[in-house]
Design a protein around this ligand. Structure first.
Ligand SMILES: C[S@@+](CC[C@H](N)C(=O)[O-])C[C@H]1O[C@@H](n2cnc3c(N)ncnc32)[C@H](O)[C@@H]1O
Length: 309
């Protein structure tokens, strides 16, 4: 439910994997990232404490000041804005292939009072990274997995680091738990089955990407293979106990609605009916109203340093 099953097609792209690259599993249909603006913004709001903690952890890995930082595959720029606050001497560039999301990043920066130091750069990754310039800190959250050649993408990100700089990729982690195992409707264990269905959808999404390469997703090893040193990982918990507050509920509702739609073919009729009830705003048992809804997830950040020349 953290967004990793998104498919990847941009109207700004010169390529599209949705025609001719797909493997016929129905998960690589045209995808409009711009339509994800609202839910990506909700996600950025909810994950603010996670990114703030990650920024502090990364500060400890840096050997000098951050003058320039990149948020690669920024979406609406949640991390870009928080990095501008955490590193007050830095210019931060939000890099993404979706103009509508970069417009949101600029609006967000203005709302947070950091518009003077947050810029946006429209780029089709990974090739477009070349135009984004160098930085002491490069952050890529849930974006590398949307690129066909993940190791190749890390190599390019590492090459954009200044000596002593840090590359941090947020990938993996733990899918959110949001409901008890038995919710009193349907068959217990719905979330586990949603995880399994997502995993299949994710595999199809990756297989359908242009230039898709199978990779052992050992992120620290991949960072090391990109020429970086001191690779390490740290996970940050987002622990919002029940009863969840309304903004978090709305985010959860949007995420579940998206999963219900995307994974419908992979779920049985009982689970689909359960999801219908969970998504019904008028149902007492729905996630917008039931008292036992919570949010517990972990974001894992893998980071490594570019050695001094
Ligand atoms: C799952 S979202 C992650 C957004 C944000 N970093 C976060 O952690 O919430 C993936 C982002 O990568 C961007 N993206 C995916 N493939 C891309 C590509 N080939 N070139 C440029 N941007 C891409 C999308 O536009 C989207 O904003």
């Amino acid at each position: 439910m953290t967004g990793h099953q998104h498919t990847h097609t941009h109207h700004t792209h010169t390529h599209s994997h949705s025609h001719g690259h797909g493997h016929g599993h129905g998960d690589a249909e045209d995808f409009d990232w711009a339509s994800f603006g609202p839910v990506l913004e909700q996600s950025a709001d909810l994950h603010t404490p996670v990114v703030e903690q990650a920024a502090e952890w990364l500060r400890g890995l840096l050997s000098g000041p951050v003058r320039r930082a990149l948020d690669v595959g920024s979406g609406p720029g949640g991390a870009a804005c928080l990095f501008a606050r955490a590193f007050p001497d830095a210019e931060v560039v939000a890099v993404d292939g979706t103009p509508e999301l970069l417009a949101r990043a600029r609006d967000r920066a203005a709302r947070l009072g950091v518009a003077d130091r947050v810029r946006t750069h429209l780029a089709d990754l990974p090739d477009g990274l070349a135009g984004a310039g160098e930085a002491e800190l490069i952050w890529a959250s849930k974006s590398v997995h949307h690129l066909g050649d993940q190791q190749g993408a890390l190599n390019r990100l590492a090459a954009a680091l200044r000596p002593g700089g840090v590359l941090a990729v947020a990938e993996g982690g733990l899918q959110p738990r949001v409901l008890p195992r038995d919710i009193g409707i349907g068959r217990p264990g719905l979330l586990t089955r949603l995880d399994a269905a997502q995993e299949e959808g994710y595999a199809d999404m990756r297989a359908g990407l242009p230039g898709a390469e199978e990779t052992v997703e050992d992120w620290p090893a991949m960072l090391t293979a990109a020429g970086l040193t001191g690779a390490r990982s740290k996970s940050f918990l987002l622990d919002l106990p029940a009863p969840l507050d309304p903004p978090a509920r709305r985010f959860l509702h949007a995420e579940l609605a998206r999963l219900a739609e995307r994974l419908a073919d992979r779920l049985d009729a009982t689970d689909r009916a359960t999801l219908d009830r969970l998504l019904d705003p008028d149902d007492e048992a729905g996630v917008l109203r039931r008292p036992d809804v919570f949010w517990l997830s972990a974001t894992t950040v893998h980071a490594a340093v570019r050695p001094a020349d």
